[in-house]
Write a protein that binds this ligand. Structure first.
Ligand SMILES: NC(=O)c1ccc[n+]([C@@H]2O[C@H](COP(=O)([O-])OP(=O)(O)OC[C@H]3O[C@@H](n4cnc5c(N)ncnc54)[C@H](OP(=O)(O)O)[C@@H]3O)[C@@H](O)[C@H]2O)c1
Length: 283
């Protein structure tokens, strides 16, 4: 039986790679969405009645509602929601503009939340479904110039960690895709940059320049990412990993970060326990 995938942000990058990969699968119905559907003409060659292109800005709740309805009307349900749409805002913590940082939260966090909330009644009715979320290595540890972007991806990780516990045993599964640098539009046009004017945070502009210079040359291949995501959801549904690191840099950094953190918490154990009433206080 065909599985229906609804993917947000399929104009470029990971979303386009996934949409193209899904369009090539026999047993897949694809709902490919974008803010501007003219950018989905790359799918025309595949259109075989199993593809629905739809306009969707994930910050627009009416459009979310319409897309979910259109998907169910055409294909009878939604098996996989891929919350892919996202963007960056790169600045120092001190100089960040509220408007830009809040808009990034609207897309990266609230867009994903509202999409998921709109699709869940469909998945509950089916007693099955998979919610795939584009997180990032930036959801695992912080970096200069990325504090607010980090905050959006930490939010996605936290929301989905709890949500994953809520859906245990219901037939609904959750996955967080955690890429390191991949060759998409993210580091270029999709990330607004505000260079620091304060002659204090040298590593902010340095990291910003690094992202700009690496844009288009990142190690990660979004076409391979699409295949990995599809394979996990399709063939590993029963034991779907909550965390799916992709890219060498992601898995290596994550292992180092969490082992350093574990060492730190071990060192803090005696002090932490001393805060409970039963143990003597240690200075
Ligand atoms: N590339 C990386 O190295 C990397 C690493 C970790 C995580 N990620 C995450 O991967 C996801 C996809 O980004 P990407 O790397 O593929 O970059 P991308 O090529 O810039 O693609 C971003 C996509 O999101 C869409 N989008 C932006 N705002 C939207 C909105 N309000 N409503 C609907 N769609 C919207 C864009 O559409 P438009 O064409 O209309 O702008 C585009 O289709 C993001 O969540 C990003 O944070 C990327």
């Amino acid at each position: 039986m065909s599985k229906t995938w609804l993917v947000t942000g399929t104009s470029t990058g990971f979303g386009r790679s996934l949409a193209r990969f899904l369009a090539n699968q026999k047993n897949v119905n694809l709902v490919a969405t974008a803010r501007n559907t003219d950018k989905l003409s790359y799918l025309d060659q595949y259109d075989h009645g199993q593809i629905l292109k739809a306009k969707l800005d994930v910050t627009n709740k009416d459009e979310i509602k319409q897309v979910v309805k259109a998907a169910v009307d055409k294909f009878g349900g939604i098996d996989v929601l891929d919350n892919n749409a996202g963007l960056g805002y790169i600045s120092s913590f001190e100089e960040a503009d509220d408007k830009d940082a809040k808009y990034m939260f609207d897309v990266n966090v609230w867009g994903l939340v509202h999409m998921t909330q709109a699709v869940l009644p469909v998945m509950r009715k089916q007693h099955s479904g998979t919610v795939v979320n584009m997180s990032s290595l930036a959801g695992i540890h912080g970096a200069p110039a990325l504090s607010f972007y980090n905050a959006t991806k930490y939010a996605v990780e936290g929301l989905m960690d709890s949500f994953n516990k809520e859906v245990q045993g219901t037939g609904i599964k959750v996955m967080l895709v955690e890429p390191s640098g991949f060759r998409t539009d993210w580091g270029g046009r999709s990330s607004k940059k505000k260079p620091s004017k304060v002659n204090f945070y040298s590593n902010v502009n340095e990291n910003m320049r690094g992202i700009e210079q690496t844009a288009g040359h990142e190690a990660g291949n979004p076409d391979t990412a699409a295949q990995i995501v599809y394979n996990q959801v399709t063939y590993h549904f029963a034991d779907l990993p909550l965390h799916l690191p992709i890219g060498k840099s992601c898995v290596e950094n994550a292992i180092k970060h969490y082992s350093d953190l574990a060492d730190h918490y071990k060192k803090m154990t005696y002090l932490a326990i001393s805060a409970d009433n039963q143990a003597p206080l240690k200075k």
